[in-house]
Design a binder for this molecule. Structure first.
Ligand code: ADE
Length: 230
C-alpha cells in the first residue's frame, strides 16, 4: 500500500496542501507536527521541517521510519540561478548537491565527503509523472540541478560560485539533505520548487513578497502528482 510523504520546510509551503486534503489527523513527534491525511483516496503524511539541512534530515527520516512512507515528495520555493527561471516558475531536480559541504583542504571536490556522492539523483518515475502533469495542465516545467546549503543566498558572488562549481539551476536549503536520507533508505523521492527570488541582492525582499504565492504554485502541482501516482 502506497503512503506518500509530502514535505516542505516552512508553514507557508504546506498550508496550501493542508487546505485541500481530507481526514487530517495531527500527530506530535520529536518536537514537530505530522499530518496524516488522504487526498483522492491516497494515504499521505504532510510535515514542514523548519529551515535547513539538519531539520530537513530529521523530518525526512521520521516520515520514512516512523510513519512508513514509501515515497517522498518535497514541495517549496527556491532561488533561481538559471536565467531561464523567473519568479513563479517550476523546477524539478534531476539531482541535488550540498553547495556548502567543503573539505577541499584535503584535496576533495566541493560537495564531497568520503563514502558520499557529490550528486544524488531523484526518482525517474516520479519525474515522468511530473512531466505528464505539466503537459496535461499546460504548465512549463524545467528540469535541472538543485544545490542545497545552510545559507540564504543573497549575493551574485555566492550564486555564481554555486553556478560554476555545481552547474546548478536553482538553490535552496533542504533538498539535498532529504536526498541523502531517501537514498540511504532506498525510498524514491522527488523535489519540486517554485522560484521565489533570484538569489541576488534583492533576494530577501523578493522572497518575502513571493514566498506565499510561489509555495502555492508548487503545492498545487504536488497534489496533482499525488492524484497521478498509481
Ligand atoms: N530558498 C528560496 N530562495 C532562496 C535563497 N535565495 N537562498 C536559499 N534558499 C532559498
Amino acid at each position: 500500500m502506497s503512503k506518500i510523504a509530502i514535505m516542505g520546510a516552512m508553514p507557508e509551503e504546506i498550508d496550501p496542501l493542508l487546505a485541500k486534503v481530507e481526514n487530517i489527523n495531527k500527530i506530535e513527534y520529536a518536537k514537530n507536527i505530522y499530518y496524516e491525511a488522504t487526498y483522492k483516496g491516497k494515504d499521505i503524511v504532510i510535515a514542514y521541517s523548519k529551515i535547513g539541512k539538519v531539520f530537513a534530515s530529521l523530518t525526512a527520516t521520521i516520515l520514512l521510519e516512523k510513519f512508513g512512507c514509501n515515497q517522498l515528495l518535497f514541495s517549496g520555493v527556491a532561488g533561481a540561478i538559471s536565467p531561464e527561471l523567473k519568479i513563479g516558475d517550476l523546477i524539478i531536480a534531476t539531482k541535488l548537491c550540498q553547495h556548502d559541504l567543503d573539505i577541499t583542504a584535503f584535496g576533495h571536490p566541493y560537495g564531497y565527503v568520503p563514502e558520499g556522492d557529490v550528486y544524488i539523483s531523484t526518482d525517474e518515475k516520479l519525474r515522468d509523472i511530473a512531466k505528464e502533469v505539466a503537459q496535461k495542465n499546460s504548465l512549463k516545467l524545467k528540469e535541472g540541478i538543485v544545490a542545497t546549503g545552510d545559507q540564504f543566498v543573497a549575493s551574485t558572488e555566492r550564486k555564481e560560485f554555486i553556478a560554476s562549481t555545481f552547474k546548478a539551476d536553482a538553490l535552496e536549503m533542504e533538498g539535498a539533505s532529504v536526498a541523502v536520507v531517501c537514498d540511504a533508505l532506498d525510498v524514491p523521492f522527488f523535489v519540486l520548487r517554485a522560484i521565489s527570488d533570484s538569489a541576488d541582492g534583492s533576494a530577501d525582499m523578493d522572497f518575502d513578497e513571493f514566498l506565499e504565492s510561489s509555495a502555492k504554485i508548487s503545492a498545487d502541482f504536488i497534489l496533482d502528482m499525488v492524484e497521478a501516482i498509481e
